[in-house]
Design a binder for this molecule. Structure first.
Ligand SMILES: NC(=O)c1ccc[n+]([C@@H]2O[C@H](COP(=O)([O-])OP(=O)(O)OC[C@H]3O[C@@H](n4cnc5c(N)ncnc54)[C@H](OP(=O)(O)O)[C@@H]3O)[C@@H](O)[C@H]2O)c1
Length: 163
């Protein structure tokens, strides 16, 4: 995959479905070379193929944000293949524990959510920061949720809300 020297590169986490998939589609239409991060590479490749059948605007990359080795490999791969990162969209998130409340929460589930939803973006930012710092127009977009808003927090969905 070749990228023009002036073509911006965007990395999207959890790009194989949902909001992330649509973000990949729209960024590609805006002229970005999009790295569609997916923890299951095959699912990522399928999504990339559906969105960009010619395969010259969206490329899938294995990325599991709660796995430091996977995050480091992704950053290395982007550096070697594309040479730059201008935009990072931290979109991936783990299950929405609608069934739980703070007083009955399984703290193991909460810890897993924090590893994906809080430390995940943090890991990916750390790994891509050197390339982002080299960009003339770097952007980091951390996708959040009203569920994480303190003003509307009730104690429901504790793992999702807190993380
Ligand atoms: N949908 C909404 O109404 C809504 C509202 C407010 C905010 N948001 C926010 O928007 C973002 C996307 O939401 P969504 O509804 O599109 O979610 P979704 O459909 O559940 O998709 C979540 C994505 O994150 C990926 N993911 C989960 N764990 C991961 C991990 N450990 N490493 C890498 N990727 C992982 C999933 O991969 P797999 O396919 O492998 O599971 C999937 O691609 C989230 O940050 C969410 O909080 C959504």
């Amino acid at each position: 995959m070749r990228v023009n020297a002036d073509q911006p590169v965007a990395v999207v986490t959890g790009g194989n479905r949902g909001v992330g998939r649509e973000v990949c589609r729209q960024l590609s239409l805006l002229g970005f070379m999009v790295v569609l991060g997916s923890r299951d590479l095959r699912r990522g490749e399928l999504a990339a193929k559906e969105l960009d059948p010619e395969g010259n605007r969206i490329i899938a990359c294995q990325l599991e944000v709660d796995n430091s080795v996977s995050v480091a490999s992704m950053a290395e791969w982007v550096k070697n293949q594309l040479g730059r990162t201008d935009v990072l969209v931290n979109n991936a998130s783990t299950v929405y524990d609608r069934w739980a409340t703070a007083s009955s929460a399984d703290l193991g589930t909460v810890a897993e959510a924090i590893d994906v939803n809080l430390f995940g973006p943090w890991r990916v930012i750390d790994a891509l920061l050197p390339m982002l710092r080299s960009s003339t127009r770097p952007r980091i977009v951390n996708v959040s949720s009203e569920g994480g808003s303190i003003s509307v927090m009730t104690g429901g969905s504790p793992a999702y809300s807190v993380s």
